[in-house]
Ligand binder design. Sequence first.
Ligand code: UD1
Ligand code: CA
Length: 465
Amino acid sequence: MESFTAVILAAGEGTRMKSDTPKVLHKICGKPMLAYVIEAARGAGAQQVVVIVGKAADRVKEAFDREDVEFVLQEEQKGTGHALMQAEEAVKGSSRIVVLCGDMPLVTAESIREMVRLQQEQKAFATVMTAKVDDPTGYGRIIRKGDNVVDIREHKDASPEERKINEINAGIYCFDTASVFSALAKVKDDNIQGEYYLTDVVKILYQEGKEVIAYRLEDPTELQGINDRRQLAQAQQIMQQRIIEGLMVEGVTFINPDTCTVDHGVRIGRDTVIYPGVILEGSTKIGRGCTIIGPCRIKDSELGDSCEIIMSQIDECMLGEGVKVGPYSNLRPGCILANKVKVGDFVELKNAKVDEGTKIPHLSYVGDAVLGKNINIGAGVIFVNYDGYNKHQTLVEDNAFVGCNSNLVAPVTVRAGSFVAAGSTITKEVPEDALAIARARQENKLEWAKKRRNKFKGGTNGNGK
Ligand code: UD1
Ligand code: CA
C-alpha cells in the first residue's frame, strides 16, 4: 500500500468538557485520547503524522514531545476546512493524506487502512468514512448519487428532508493531496456557522468531475466522538473492553472483567488469573501464572511469573518470581523483591531491596533498607529510617533473624546469621552470628499482684467489677 500522511485535527476548544485540560489530553485507559488517534494512524501505515493544534497548543505539544509527531498551529478556529489548510506546507511531500479527529480515539488502524485501500483501488480523489446511525442529529449528512458522494450537508444547514438521511459523515477522510488543497482554496464561509467547512470540498471535487466515494463502517461504535464527560466515560468503557478482551485472547483469565481497570499498554502473561476489583496502571508488566486478588492496585511495576498478590498496592516496584504479597500491604516506590520473597499482611515497604527467600510476614515498616537472603523479619519490626531531617539506611545480611517488635534504628547493620531478640531497639551494629538483646531486663516481684488484690478487696486484678 502506498503510504500517506495523517493530519489530525485537534485545534477545537472542547468547551463542553468544562475543563482546564485541553480535550485531547483527557485520558482514556491511562493515555491521552490523542495518543490513540496517533497510534491508529501509525498502525495503518502513516509515514508522517501532523497534528493541528490551537487552544492550549503548548500543553498538547509538551505532552507529545517525545513522539515523532509534527505540530501545526491554527491560531484562530475558523472551521475544519481552515484547520486542514494550515497543514498544506507540512504535508506537501505526500501525495495522499488521511484526515482524522483528535477527539475520536476509538477509530482503529484497520478501518483507516481499509479506507485508504478502497481509495487506491477505486482511484478516487476523496473517500469519506461514513456509518448509518439511529440518531444522526448533529452530524453532517452524506448526500449520494449511487456510489458517489456528491455533498455533505451539516446538520445546522440541512433541510428537513436532508435531516432524515441517517448515513453520517464521521469526519475522517482520505484525500488526494493536490486535489483537496486546490478545492479548499475555493471553500467559502457562507454557512450558518460562518466557518470554512472541510466537508465543502466534496461538492467542489464532484463539480470538477473528481470522484468521491464513501467507506461505510458496519459498526458505528468506533466513530464515537468525545465532546463531554459522558462520552468520555463511554469511550473509556469501550476501550477498556477492547484491552481486557485482547488480554483474554492472549490467555489471561479475568474472573469478572467489568470490575477491573487495565491501562492501555499493560502486559500480562498467560495463565495469570485476575480477580475482581484489580487496577493495573501505567507500564505495569505481570508474568505468567500469577494470581492477583482485588481490591488491588498495581502501578508502573514489574512482576515475575507465579506471583500471588492479595488486596495490596504496589507502585513502581520490581518483583521476581513466586513473590507473595498481602493481604493488605503497601509496596511504595523503589522496592526490588527477589524470587520467593514473602511480604505478608499489613506491611509497608519503601525503597527496599529484598533478596531471595526473605520473609516479612506481618505488621512491619521496612524503609530505605537492603535485606539479604533467607532473613526472617518478625511481626511488628520497624525500620526506623527517619530522624526528622534525613533518611538513613539499614542493612540486614543473609540468614539473620529479627525478633518481633524490634526497632532497627538507621543507619545500622545486622550482620549475617545474627539474632535480634524480640522487643529490642537496635542502635549499634549486630556482629555476625551474635545475639543482640537491647531491652530492659525483666524483673519479677513475687506475690505483688496478690497483695494488690487484697488491698482493694477485689477478686480479680481489676477488670472493673
Ligand atoms: C464535523 C463535520 C461533520 C461530521 C462531524 C463528525 C465539518 C464542517 N463537519 O462536525 O460533518 O459529521 O465532524 O464528528 O467538518 N477543529 C479544528 N479547528 C477548527 C474546527 C475544528 O481543529 O477550526 C477540529 C476539532 O478539534 C475536532 C474536529 O476538527 O477534532 C471536528 O470539529 P468539530 O467542531 O467537532 O466538528 P463538527 O461540528 O462536530
Ligand atoms: Ca465533533
